[in-house]
Design a protein around this ligand. Structure first.
Ligand code: B12
Length: 217
């Protein structure tokens, strides 16, 4: 592993957001790939702190500080992760469900979708079903992307789907869901159109859903 990546890892674990931003810029200028910086530099130390949290070796405050440092790196990395293939593929609305404050995964998914040529409208965290519905009415997106990271908030996904159904909007928008506790079984049960965990799977998932919808017309 390069010394640049190691320095980013250390700065992330120390929660030094400004240093992470600076070191990410340096690593990019040294032509280290954005993918390596993302997975080895930023997400690997997040996994380390996550494992420590599981073992009660750190306090939640430390995870917050580390998360901020990860975000600082993501901010610099965003434009470099872009593939910018086919622009204007339509709008995707994304948000994390009500009661849930996790947004690192959601932000990465938003970046991946932007790189596929979608205009992503990010509603942020703690988004209530009625706010998802209002955004769908206003922007008439191709897709609604919903993130949930807690077993206590995952059922909010069903609430969003139900709210769309109640407003007669469910058939107007394709819904993709994801987050730590979301499984394919859950996706099938709640009637969402697709789910995946890895960023690298998003493009294939979207292509599959688009193909399925086209063949139904
Ligand atoms: C960072 C973190 C936090 C940070 C969040 C900061 C932030 N800005 O996001 C803070 C400190 C605030 C936090 C708080 C809490 N957390 Co927390 N947190 C984590 C941690 C360590 C990492 C999450 C993360 O960012 N992972 C990295 C990203 C890249 O992965 P990801 O989010 O899973 O996203 C990927 C996929 O899921 C997918 N994806 C995500 N969204 C979507 C959406 C779509 C549409 C698609 C297609 C895909 C997709 O794509 C991403 C890329 O692969 C996890 C541990 C873990 N293993 O997940 C715990 C974890 C999620 N937290 C947990 C808990 C319990 C909490 C708290 C309740 C703790 C507490 N006692 O207060 C609070 C809840 C606060 C709230 N109301 O939301 C538990 C959840 C357990 C459970 N079964 O519900 C976990 C699993 C830790 C644990 N092992 O106990 N947390």
């Amino acid at each position: 592993m390069s010394s640049e990546i190691e320095s980013i890892q250390d700065a992330v674990l120390q929660g030094e957001a400004n240093k992470v931003r600076f070191l990410t810029e340096i690593a990019l200028s040294k032509r280290i790939s954005a993918g390596d910086i993302l997975y080895s530099g930023l997400l690997a130390p997040l996994k380390t702190i996550s494992d420590k949290l599981k073992r009660n070796e750190v306090f939640i405050a430390e995870v917050i500080v580390v998360s901020r440092a990860v975000h600082a790196g993501l901010h610099v990395l965003g434009p470099h992760l872009k593939k910018a293939v086919e622009p204007n593929r339509g709008i995707i609305i994304i948000g994390t469900v009500a009661g849930d404050l996790h947004d690192i995964g959601k932000n990465l998914v938003a970046m991946a979708l932007t790189s596929l040529g979608y205009q992503v409208i990010d509603l942020g965290i703690d988004v209530y079903p009625e706010d998802f519905v209002a955004a769908v009415k206003t922007h008439q997106p191709e897709y609604l992307a919903i993130s949930a990271m807690l077993t206590t908030t995952i059922n909010e996904i069903s609430n969003v789907l139900k709210a769309l159904e109640d407003e007669g909007l469910r058939k107007e928008v394709k819904v993709i869901i994801g987050g730590n506790p979301v499984t394919s079984d859950f996706c099938f049960t709640v009637g969402a159109d697709g789910t995946c965990y890895e960023l690298s799977e998003i493009e294939d998932m979207i292509a599959y859903i688009d193909k399925k919808k086209r063949s139904k017309r």
